[in-house]
Write a new protein. Structure first.
Lengths: 497, 370
C-alpha cells in the first residue's frame, strides 16, 4: 500500500481544485494505490484495514478474488467514511479510470461530511475498528477461537435489529412519562344536571383505578414500550459474560456505523456520480480520454436485469431536481397547472438548481428523497415499470407502468432498507423470564427458516425461551424456540406498535 | 507475514470442509455434485454457512425496473426489451443460494478422512521411475551463466586466507580461474505411478435409470479418490449387454441398451484391453464392474469366474464388483462369485440397494488401500 505519488498526486491536486471550484466540502482526502488482492482484502473488511477475525471476511474475500479472476467483476473504487477520508485506487487502472474514480470519491467525501444521517457516525472508525479487533483477538486467546467466533456468528445474526433513529435521540432512555393526562374516562356532558347519570362517580373511580393499575404494571414492564434497538436491549439485560457483552457491543457499534450508508445508498452513489460526471465532462477530461470515459461511465450506469442500479436512479434524480429548480418547476403553482403546453414551456429562469441539490444532499435520505422527488414526469421520462414473477413461466415480466405502483414499490423496498421491523416486546414474558419479540408486519412475511435459526441464536444469548409474534400467510402466528425445538402456534391478533 | 485476510480465509475453508464432511453422505447419495463439476473443482451448494437473520421473504419476486416494453413482456433472459429491470435493493441476499468451490483434491481428502480410507501404496515403483534433473551440485567447469557467486567467493576467500594474501583491514577477494564454481545438476529418480481405472457396466434391459444413476455417482467418487492418489490416471469405459464394447465416458453413462446379459463379454474386452494397452507390470490397474447380477446362463458365469481367476485378478490391483439391486434382476451373480472366489484378496464385492448405500459401498471398495 502506498500513498499516491508523482502523476497521481498531481492529478489529485488538479481534481481537488475543481471540487473547490464547485463548492464541495470534503474531509482531507487520502488516496492509496493498492494491488488487486489488497483491494479485495480491504473490500472484504468493508473498506477498513483491520477488522476482528471472522470467517465471513474470508468468504467475502474468496468471492471477490474469484469473481475478479473469472472476469465477472472489478472493484473500481473504495472509499470510507472517515476523517481524513481514505480511498483506494486500483493499481494498473488506466489514467482515465483513476481520474474518474478520484472525481467520484470527492463526491462521496462531500456526502459523508455533509449529509445529516452521517452526522452521528464516528469519523475515527479506523482506530475504533482496530481497537475492537485487538479486543476480540484477546478474547480469542483467552476463551478460544471457536467459542468467540461462534458467539460472533450469533451476534451477527441479529445485527440488523437496531433502531435507525437511536443515534438522533439526545438520551437513549425513554422520555419521562407525562403527568396524568386529561380525564379521558368521563363522557362529554353538556347538561350539568345529568352529570351523575352520564358519569356515575363510582364507575369513574373504578375506571381510574383500572387505568392506574395498568399504568403501574406497564411501568414495571421491561421494556416500557416496544424497543427497536434489540442489540442494545440485550446488551443491557441479557445474562452475558463480560466478554460476550463486549463483543455484542462491538457488533452493535459497527452496525450503527454502517447504517447511514444503507439509508443513503441511492443518494450517496447518485451524488458521487453526479459529481464525477460534472467534474470530468466540464473540467478534467482531455480529448483523448473521451471514449474511455464514456465506456467506463456507461458500465457504471447500466441497468442489469434483476438489479436496481442506485448510481443510475440517483444521478438522474439529482439532475432532475437541478433542472426543476433552475426552471422553477416546483411549488403550488406548478403542481396545480393543468395546461400541458404551459408546463412544457415552463421556465421561470430561477437558477436555483445547484443550491437545491446541495440542500437535498444535506437533509434527505433515500426514503425521503424518493418520496419527495420521484415524480410522475420523472417516472415516465425514465421509463420506470414494476415487474413481477410470472408464476407459470417463472420469468420476470413487466407488471405495470402505473406511477403509484412504481413509487409504492420503490418506497416499500427502501423503507427500513428492506429489513423487517422487529421490536423487543417483553423481557419477562408469561412471568417466566422469556423474551418476546414482535414483528410489525408490513405486507411481507418473514423468511421462516431464517427466522427459526435466528431464534435459536437469540436463545443462545437470552438463555431462556424466545418467541416472536409475526404473520404467516395473513394469519397471526407465534414462533417460539424453547431451547430444544421450534414451534409455531396461532395468535389471536397480529403484533402492533 | 501471513496477512489477516489469509487467516480469515483459511478459517472459512476450514468451516467449509467441516460442513462438507458432515454432509458427505447427503452429497454422495444425492449425486448432484457431478453436474457441478468444473475442470478441477466442484461447487457445492451450502446455504447453512450463511448467517441467518430476520429477513423478509415472500415468494413473490417483484421490483422496479427501467426500460422499454409493455406490461406482460418478460424482462429477464433473451428478449426484445431494452434495458432490463431490476430487483430489490435489500433482497437478493437470502435468495441466492450460497455455493462454495472446492478442488477435487480437497474433496478426495475429505472423503478419505471421513471414510478412513488408507493411502494407496503404488506397486512396481522401480520400474516406473522417471528421471528428473535438479540443480543441486557444483562443478569446476561450466557456463558463466551458471557460475555460483557464493561458492566461488568462498573458494577464493579460503585460498587467500591459506596463502596469507588476505588482509582483514582491506578485505578484497579476487577469485582466479581455479576458484570458480558452477552450478550443476544431478539426475534424480522420481517415482511415478501410472494407474488406469476400467469401468464396466451392465446396460441390459434390467438396468434402469436409477441403477445407472447409482453407478454414475459411485464411479464419480471412486474416480475422485483414485485421481488424488495417482498423478496420471487413465480411465476406460466398457458397456455390455450380451456383447461388450469400449466406449467414451459420455456414452458410458448415457446409454440405455436392452437385451440379455453376458457378463463374460465385458470381461473379455477388459482382458484384451489390459493385454494391449496396460501391462500389469507398468500399470496400477483398477477394474470395477457394475451389474444387477442377472447373468444369462450358468455357463457364462463360469466363463466369467475363469476369466477373473486366471486373467483379471492377477493383473489388477483390485477388482471391484458392485451389484445394484434392480426389480428385475435375480442378483445371482454376486453369490456365484462370492462362493467361488470369495476369499480372493483382490476381489471386492459390494451390494448396493439404494443411493443411501453408495457411501458404504465406496468404503468397501476403497478401504483395502491397494
Amino acid at each position: 500500500m502506498a500513498p499516491v505519488t508523482g502523476e497521481l498526486r498531481d492529478l489529485q491536486a488538479e481534481i481537488q481544485g475543481y471540487a473547490d471550484e464547485f463548492g464541495l466540502e470534503y474531509f482531507t482526502q487520502v488516496f492509496e494505490v493498492v494491488d488487486y488482492e489488497q483491494m479485495c482484502e480491504i473490500a472484504a473488511y468493508g473498506g477498513f484495514p483491520v477488522r476482528y477475525p471472522h470467517w465471513r471476511y474470508g468468504m467475502e474475500y474468496d468471492h471477490l478474488v474469484k469473481s475478479h479472476t473469472y472476469g465477472l467483476s472489478k472493484i473500481y473504487e473504495l472509499v470510507i467514511n472517515t476523517d481524513p477520508c481514505y480511498a483506494y485506487l486500483l493499481e494498473g487502472n488506466s489514467f482515465t479510470d483513476q481520474k474518474l474514480v478520484m472525481c467520484h470519491v470527492y463526491g462521496h467525501n462531500d456526502f459523508f461530511r455533509n449529509n445529516t444521517f452521517f452526522g452521528p457516525t464516528d469519523r475515527r472508525m479506523i482506530d475504533v475498528m482496530a481497537n475492537n479487533a485487538s479486543r476480540v483477538r484477546r478474547y480469542m486467546d483467552r476463551h478460544g477461537v471457536v467459542a468467540v467466533e461462534s458467539f460472533i456468528d450469533v451476534c451477527l445474526s441479529i445485527d440488523n435489529l437496531i433502531d435507525p433513529w437511536a443515534p438522533f435521540r439526545s438520551s437513549h432512555s425513554a422520555p419521562v412519562e407525562g403527568e396524568e393526562e386529561e380525564d379521558g374516562h368521563r363522557l362529554r356532558n353538556v347538561r350539568g344536571y345529568l352529570e351523575d347519570y352520564i358519569n356515575p362517580p363510582e364507575l369513574i373511580a373504578k375506571q381510574r383505578e383500572k387505568a392506574r393499575a395498568e399504568k403501574e404494571a406497564s411501568k414495571r414492564k421491561v421494556p416500557r414500550r416496544p424497543e427497536r434497538d434489540v442489540l442494545g436491549f440485550l446488551m443491557q439485560h441479557a445474562p452475558l459474560e463480560a466478554w460476550e457483552a463486549d463483543v455484542l457491543g462491538i457488533i452493535r457499534e459497527e452496525a450503527y456505523y454502517f447504517l447511514p450508508q444503507m439509508q443513503t445508498k441511492i443518494m450517496n452513489e447518485g451524488w458521487a456520480s453526479y459529481w464525477h460526471s460534472k467534474l470530468m465532462t466540464e473540467r478534467a477530461l482531455r480529448d483523448s480520454e473521451v471514449i474511455d470515459y464514456a465506456e467506463a461511465c456507461a458500465g457504471v450506469m447500466s441497468m442489469a436485469p434483476g438489479q436496481l442500479n442506485p448510481y443510475k436512479i440517483g444521478i438522474e434524480l439529482f439532475r432532475d431536481i437541478e433542472r426543476r429548480w433552475d426552471m422553477g418547476r416546483f411549488g403550488a403553482e406548478w403542481e396545480s397547472c393543468d395546461d400541458l403546453r404551459a408546463k412544457a414551456e415552463w421556465d421561470l429562469q430561477l437558477g436555483r438548481g445547484r443550491e437545491k441539490i446541495f440542500e437535498v444532499r444535506r437533509l434527505y435520505n433515500d426514503v425521503t428523497f424518493i418520496d419527495e422527488f420521484f415524480t410522475l414526469d420523472f417516472a415516465r421520462e425514465l421509463k420506470f415499470f414494476t415487474f413481477q414473477e410470472n408464476r407459470r413461466t417463472g420469468r420476470l415480466e413487466i407488471e405495470s407502468r402505473e406511477f403509484e405502483k412504481i413509487k409504492g414499490q420503490l418506497l416499500s423496498m427502501l423503507t427500513n432498507f428492506g429489513q423487517p421491523f422487529i421490536y423487543v416486546v417483553d423481557a419477562n414474558h408469561l412471568n417466566r423470564g422469556e423474551l418476546l419479540l414482535g414483528h410489525r408486519h408490513e405486507g411481507k412475511d418473514l423468511k421462516i427458516d431464517y427466522a427459526r435459526d435466528t431464534l435459536r441464536n437469540l436463545e443462545r444469548i437470552w438463555r431462556r425461551p424466545v418467541s416472536i409474534l409475526t404473520v404467516v400467510d395473513d394469519k397471526p402466528k407465534r414462533v417460539r424456540y424453547d431451547g430444544s425445538e421450534v414451534t409455531i402456534s396461532d395468535e389471536p391478533a397480529a403484533f402492533k406498535v | 507475514m501471513i496477512s489477516r485476510i489469509d487467516k480469515d480465509h483459511s478459517r472459512f475453508r476450514e468451516i467449509v470442509r467441516g460442513k462438507i464432511r458432515k454432509n458427505l453422505r447427503k452429497y454422495i447419495s444425492r449425486g448432484d455434485l457431478m453436474s457441478r463439476k468444473g475442470k478441477d473443482t466442484v461447487s457445492i451448494p451450502m446455504p447453512q454457512i450463511d448467517i441467518p437473520r430476520f429477513t423478509l421473504g415472500g415468494n413473490d419476486k417483484n421490483g422496479v425496473g427501467q426500460g422499454e416494453g409493455e406490461p406482460g413482456d418478460p424482462i429477464d433472459g433473451e428478449g426484445e426489451q431494452g434495458q432490463g429491470g431490476a430487483g430489490k435493493a435489500g433482497e437478493g441476499e437470502g435468495d441466492k443460494s450460497l455455493e462454495v468451490e472446492v478442488t477435487l483434491d480437497e474433496l478426495a481428502e475429505i472423503l478419505g478422512e471421513e471414510l478412513g480410507l488408507p493411502r494407496i501404496e503404488p506397486k512396481g515403483s522401480d520400474a516406473l521411475d522417471t528421471k528428473k534433473d535438479r540443480y543441486v551440485s557444483l562443478r569446476t567447469t561450466g557456463p558463466e551463466s551458471l557460475r555460483s557467486f557464493k561458492a566461488t567467493f568462498k573458494r577464493a576467500l579460503r585460498r587467500q586466507v591459506a596463502s596469507g594474501t588476505y588482509q582483514p583491514g582491506r578485505p578484497i577477494i579476487v577469485p582466479v580461474r581455479e576458484d570458480r564454481r558452477y552450478r550443476s545438476w544431478r539426475t534424480e529418480p522420481r517415482p511415478q505411478s501410472n494407474a488406469v481405472i476400467i469401468y464396466m457396466m451392465d446396460v441390459s434391459g434390467s438396468m434402469g435409470d436409477e441403477q445407472k444413476e447409482i453407478v454414475r455417482i459411485e464411479s464419480f467418487w471412486i474416480d475422485t479418490w483414485l485421481r488424488s492418489q495417482y498423478s496420471g490416471l487413465e480411465s476406460r469405459y466398457i458397456i455390455h449387454d450380451a456383447t461388450a464394447r469400449l466406449v467414451e465416458r459420455e456414452v458410458f453413462f448415457r446409454t440405455r441398451e436392452s437385451g440379455g446379459t453376458m457378463i463374460s463379454s465385458a470381461y473379455k474386452v477388459c482382458a484384451e484391453l489390459i493385454e494391449k494397452e496396460f501391462s500389469p507390470e507398468a500399470w496400477n490397474i483398477y477394474a470395477f464392474h457394475f451389474s444387477d447380477g442377472d447373468n444369462w446362463s450358468v455357463d457364462d458365469t463360469s466363463t466369467c469366474i475363469n476369466l477373473l481367476r486366471n486373467v483379471l485378478l492377477p493383473a489388477c490391483n483390485q477388482f471391484g464388483y458392485g451389484q445394484v439391486e434392480s426389480p428385475y434382476g435375480s442378483g445371482q451373480f454376486i453369490k456365484d462369485i462370492r462362493n467361488t472366489l470369495g476369499e480372493h484378496e483382490k476381489l471386492v464385492t459390494s451390494e448396493i440397494t439404494s443411493k443411501d448405500d453408495i457411501m458404504d459401498s465406496i468404503k468397501e471398495f476403497l478401504k483395502g488401500g491397494r
